[in-house]
Write a protein that binds this ligand. Structure first.
Ligand code: NCD
Ligand code: ZN
Length: 348
């Protein structure tokens, strides 16, 4: 008898869907098993206007292949998928934020140039310059999602950013701040220091360390920002994820790049995990005897933290093996060609 596990309304609170043909390739892979996802705005050019948010959401919905559900109808639809849109952080005025608030779930802040398509991000964390935007976000209850890395030594970038999180969290105590894709023990410890700090954790940072990326033959498909860290960092991430810590959410940071951009002398940063995420998470939580906490990590915490209420979707997984395809379109997923212990059995 195979073992089964049911997840309700899974949410991926950090997802790169890109645009054009790539969007059409990857969006259905997430919408098949997730009720919704927080869609990152680092397109070229980045999503910085209300019109751009609306137009991108329409392209996402078209790629998913379904119309947005009518909230009046109380629709139950296994194809249903909600793209929770984000705006690329710049210093905006309050009128603009008031006008765009209904179309977005958060703003995403990138330090300028720190990762893929982030050149238009913040180049100086000067509170006086940022205050009007951050105060308006706080007043309007729009959360701030942050790619927390300095431009220091690559292994220290996240730890060095902690003082900026402290500055933001203490100056804007009513602003919800999400430390995106945390990779270090210091970031885990920071969670309990400020009531308004939250975090997402990826699948890959729960599974790998820098050794897996560069300890043997270089593995370009495991190269991402922030770079995977030390075993003790992964242990700290695992502990809060497996415990279903109430301030921690799953955010895959699934970041597809065409194969030639990964297998090249200048490897683009990003791990593509969307099609393997729930299966791998089940395998991981099961191997630690913590399957009962997976629901909090992949949905309940995000619903509470963001105040969102996704449409009903029920995913049944079983511990039947799943061999990961070598490619989806021209994108190579994590664990391509390898076998994961759990698979999707049904989606309703
Ligand atoms: C992301 C991408 O490719 O857009 N890359 C990554 O390595 N995670 C950007 C990001 O989230 O840093
Ligand atoms: Zn990302």
């Amino acid at each position: 008898m195979s073992k089964q596990h049911t997840l309700l309304m899974p949410l991926d609170m950090h997802l790169h869907l890109r645009d054009g043909v790539m969007l059409e390739t990857v969006a259905p892979l997430t919408s098949y098993t997730f009720s919704g996802a927080l869609i990152m705005p680092n397109l070229v050019p980045p999503v910085t206007s209300k019109d751009a948010v609306i137009a991108y959401k329409e392209r996402v919905m078209a790629a998913v292949g379904v119309e947005a559900a009518d909230p009046e109808l109380d629709l139950v639809n296994s194809d249903y998928f909600e793209p929770y849109m984000t705006l690329f952080y710049q210093n905006y005025d309050k009128e603009f934020l008031e006008d765009v608030a209904d179309e977005i779930t958060s703003l995403k802040l990138y330090p300028a140039g720190i990762t893929t398509n982030s050149e238009g991000g913040v180049s100086s964390f000067d509170l006086d310059t940022m205050r009007p935007t951050l105060q308006a976000m706080s007043d309007l209850e729009i959360p701030l999602c942050v790619h927390g890395e300095t431009d220091g030594f690559v292994m220290d970038r996240e730890a060095e950013f902690m003082s900026i999180y402290e500055l933001l969290a203490s100056n804007f105590p009513d602003l919800k701040i999400i430390m995106e894709h945390i990779t270090t023990k210091v970031a885990v410890d920071m969670l309990d220091e400020y009531p308004n700090l939250y975090a997402t954790i990826t699948l890959h940072h729960l599974l790998i360390t820098l050794d897996d990326v560069a300890g043997g033959m270089l593995k370009p498909h495991l190269f991402c920002k922030p770079i995977a860290k030390r075993p003790e960092d992964r242990e700290a991430l695992l502990k809060v994820a497996l415990d279903g810590h109430p301030k921690v959410m799953f955010g895959s940071d699934s970041a597809p790049h065409p194969q030639h951009k990964k297998e090249s002398c200048g490897c683009a940063a990003g791990v593509f995990t969307a099609p393997i995420a729930l299966q791998s998470l089940c395998e991981l939580f099961d191997s630690h005897g913590k399957l009962d906490n997976l629901q909090s990590f992949v949905s309940d915490n995000a619903q509470r933290i963001y105040g969102i209420c996704p449409e009903f979707k029920e995913i049944v997984l079983s511990d039947e093996p799943f061999t990961v395809p070598e490619k989806y379109g021209n994108v190579v997923p994590m664990y391509a060609g390898e076998t994961i212990g759990w698979s999707i059995e049904s989606v309703e």
